[in-house]
Design a protein around this ligand. Structure first.
Ligand code: TTP
Ligand code: MG
Length: 405
């Protein structure tokens, strides 16, 4: 059966939320990330700012040099989270096959929804509702598999709506640069360029064996995606395969105590979501990105599935200590994730913790936080972060809801 998958991604998300809240910012170069005299990077740039060459990930200082008249905003994560929730609620009205891919993007499986209109008509209605109800612009790609839908939504930006018929998918991808394929970063792009490969069409023509030998399982995936072979199903959030939180610091740091505090906070976030989903996890993963953008992940698995904040932290901090001992480079991003999820079961004694005491403690904390907000109660270790929460928006920590699903 020919599937119809939509990929919906909001244009200049953080900035557009700010523009919806403050009309004077509309139509202007706007940057969310912080003040230009701070050391941070651009998180989101309006399309008016992109005309000056400004892009996400660029230092604020460079953005300022390119466009000093731009509005530089610190950002307010709680507003973005609220907009994201409303965005997902609109999408959920159209099909139960909804897979959020981050705050501002999602896949929607509308196969079999013909009674309500053609895929193009449904996508138009989705765009209009988002515009009317949230004052945000969405770009939509329609295809018969995820990878092509995602590339199409990106290709049409801003305010795009592109439908790629099944028989035309390969022709659509062929002329695009390899960097348009999700997962292809600077390094892969360089390696492919050295092999004389610049477009997805050229990549699609390389023999499978060659891609496998050169890039391993990632090469297999690239070969398949370049050839529009992608059977990945829509994974609804209820079936999350992993839960994670990460944050990028305004300034790179080697401060061990600070890193531990932030890690503890992120573990509390992950633990709270695990318990909300009534899941336990067998694998704990630490993610670090260094000042030179090199990113590493370190994991370990336990025999007993866990869900208590302290147990997750105990595992994660061991990984952190080991990693810091091996490498003292300043850190720009820290994250923690849990995977190998199983449905809730009694927690056995682990790492010398008393599971019943932890269960009671976590339950009590969860109750308070559900009622008064996450930062209403802080544990000893995260008190160090209080200054940050006070100085910035309380939700300063830009948590990425999920590393992978
Ligand atoms: P994106 O969808 O990648 O970017 P965008 O919505 O700003 O722009 P567009 O989709 O039109 O190209 O990311 C969504 C939000 O995630 C973005 O508004 C801000 C945040 N983000 C960061 O905080 N850091 C980053 O490096 C990136 C790429 C995004
Ligand atoms: Mg976006």
């Amino acid at each position: 059966m020919n599937r119809r998958i939509l990929h919906i991604d909001l244009d200049a998300f953080f900035v557009s939320v700010e523009q919806a809240l403050a009309p004077k910012l509309r139509g202007k170069p706007v940057i969310v990330g912080g003040r230009p005299d701070h050391r941070g990077v651009v998180a989101s740039a309006s399309y008016e700012a992109r005309v000056f060459g400004i892009r996400a990930g660029m230092s604020l200082a460079q953005a300022y040099r390119l466009c000093p008249q731009a509005f530089f905003l610190q950002g307010s994560f709680s507003a973005y989270r609220e907009a994201s929730e409303k965005f997902m609620t609109i999408l959920a009205d159209f099909s139960p096959g909804l897979e959020p891919g981050g705050l501002d993007e999602a896949y929607l499986d509308i196969t079999g929804c013909e009674l309500f209109g053609t895929p193009f008509e449904l996508a138009s209605t989705i765009k209009s509702r988002i515009k009317k109800e949230l004052e945000l612009i969405a770009s939509v790609g329609i295809a018969s598999c995820k990878v092509v839908a995602k590339i199409a939504s990106d290709f049409g930006k801003p305010d795009g709506l592109i439908e790629v018929a099944e028989g035309e998918q390969k022709d659509f991808l062929a002329p695009l640069p390899v960097a348009s394929l999700p997962g292809v970063g600077k390094k892969t792009e360089e390696s492919l360029k050295a092999m004389g490969i610049k477009t997805i069409g050229q990549l699609a023509g390389l023999p499978l064996e060659m891609m496998k030998n050169r890039f391993g399982s990632f090469g297999l995936m690239l070969h398949h995606h370049a050839n529009c072979i992608d059977n990945r199903q829509i994974e609804s959030p209820g079936r999350a395969k992993s839960i994670s939180r990460e944050t990028t610091f305004a300034e790179d740091t080697s401060d061990r105590t600070f890193l531990q505090s932030m890690l503890h906070y992120l573990c509390e976030r992950v633990g709270a979501e695990l318990r909300q989903e009534t899941k336990n996890a067998r694998t704990i993963t630490l993610k670090l990105r260094y000042s030179d953008f090199v990113t590493i992940t370190r994991s370990f698995s336990t025999k007993t599935a866990v869900d208590a904040d302290e147990v997750i932290f105990a595992g994660a901090v061991k990984l952190l200590e080991r990693t810091l001992a091996a490498n003292r480079k300043p850190v720009r991003l820290i994250g923690v994730g849990v995977s190998n999820l199983v449905t809730y079961g009694k927690q056995l004694n682990m790492l010398d913790f008393n599971p019943r005491r932890l269960e009671h403690l976590d339950k009590a904390i969860d109750r308070i936080r559900n009622k008064y907000g996450f930062t209403a109660i802080q544990t000893g270790r995260t008190l160090l972060l209080k200054d940050i929460f006070d100085r910035h928006d309380r939700d300063y920590v830009l948590e990425t809801p999920s590393l992978s699903r």
